[in-house]
Design a protein around this ligand. Structure first.
Ligand code: SAH
Ligand code: SF4
Length: 355
């Protein structure tokens, strides 16, 4: 049951509630079903070879509640992007990226986002609804089931890393994201240190996460190194100003002993000056944080452009020169809009009536 009491598909029900599909079956059946849903997920119920046919038939129609609306591949098969559609019409994006040592899945936590960051396609779309814990976890299960059938070239055949960097602000959907973390870590068995929650700076959520039992990585999307620049790009900065966000990141670091990372989208003329680089370096040093830079992926509803290559190089040089660990992120899947809500935005545009 969902919060509003409506019945949803049983796919990835809480692991504690599996008996309802099995009736009076013995306990080991529950363990088997849990394994098929969480540990070695499959795309079709008839692959659950050790379960009786009756159970498989009952599960079959419900196993995967999302229609796969879009399934695209890019970068020579090393990037895969899905747009799932839930029964209520909500779109859910997930992106799978294969690297030599890891296979990373980027998942969504909400349909749309209420935070309104100016440069973000999801933000431009607005907020539709939260994703349920089962819907968040199901993205990981689906991708693992997919990988078992179709591995990516020269990458691990299982998801090794999960990042909450798809649509939505995970810490604005705290309870459901927390439950999805529990299932991903405690039930699926992924290492907490392989999971990254990315936040735009929802300070109360950062402080709550610091209290949780898991050592998940925290990525803080900063984009501005003083309140003036940050507020222009990230409206939430008016509510939780930079200093509070940095203090919450420090609390997280102290509680977990895990360095946070700072995400920074480089936007031409908006946050790529020498002054911002110097101020960012000070923040990064204070937090002993790693800085991940990414050039803006342009969105249809904004005139913002990515910083030029020379600018990016200079920004990096200043950061590194000031002792801040810095990586420039590769922009994966650009040709399939594999950035934060972009595929969905484009589909929405396609569906708009022609005037
Ligand atoms: N809401 C969370 C997580 C989802 S966004 C957050 O903001 O951190 C994941 C990352 O994608 C964030 O770091 C965000 O700044 C970045 N991002 C959003 N739109 C982008 C774009 N158009 N180009 C490049 N990065 C973008
Ligand atoms: Fe929401 Fe993150 Fe996009 Fe900002 S960048 S609008 S917080 S999804």
């Amino acid at each position: 049951m969902t919060d509003d009491g409506s019945a949803r598909s049983p796919y990835l029900p809480p692991p504690e509630e599996l008996t309802r599909f099995l009736g009076a079956a013995p306990d080991y059946r529950v363990d088997q079903l849990r394994d098929w849903l969480y540990r070695t997920p499959v795309l079709a119920a008839n692959e659950m070879t050790n379960l009786p046919g009756s159970v498989r038939r009952e599960l079959g129609p419900h196993l995967w509640p999302f229609d796969i609306e879009v399934d695209q591949s890019a970068d020579g098969g090393r990037t895969r992007k899905w747009l799932f559609r839930a029964p209520d019409g909500a779109s859910i994006e997930a992106v799978l990226m294969g690297y030599p040592q890891r296979t990373t899945l980027c998942i969504s936590s909400q349909v749309g986002c209420a935070m309104g960051c100016t440069f973000c396609a999801t933000g431009q779309f607005g907020f539709e609804r939260h994703l349920e814990a089962g819907e968040i976890t199901a993205q990981v299960a689906f991708a693992n089931a997919f990988l078992r059938r179709s591995p990516m070239p020269a990458s691990p055949r299982r998801i090794t890393n999960v990042v909450f960097m798809g649509m939505g602000e995970p810490l604005a959907n705290y309870t459901r994201v927390r439950e999805s973390l529990r299932r991903i870590i405690d039930v699926m068995g992924m290492g907490a240190r392989s999971v990254t929650v990315s936040t735009v700076g929802v300070v109360p959520g950062m402080l709550r996460l610091a209290e949780e039992p898991w050592q998940v990585n925290l990525a803080v999307s900063l984009h501005g190194a003083d309140d003036e620049v940050r507020s222009r790009l990230v409206p939430l900065n008016e509510r939780y100003p930079l200093e509070q966000v940095i203090a919450a990141a420090e609390t997280y670091f102290d509680a977990k002993g895990r360095r946070v990372s700072i995400e920074w989208t480089l936007i031409d003329g908006a946050n790529d000056s020498d002054d911002q680089a110097r101020k960012l370096a000070r923040i990064a040093r204070r937090l002993r944080a790693h800085v991940n830079l990414i050039a803006l992926n342009p969105t249809p509803l904004s005139a913002d452009r990515p910083s030029g290559t020379d600018r990016i190089e200079r920004f990096v040089t200043i950061l590194r020169g000031a002792g801040a660990n810095t990586t420039v992120r590769e922009t994966r899947g650009r040709e399939i809009d594999a950035a934060c809500g972009q595929l969905r935005l484009r589909r929405a545009g396609d569906a708009a009536p022609l005037a």
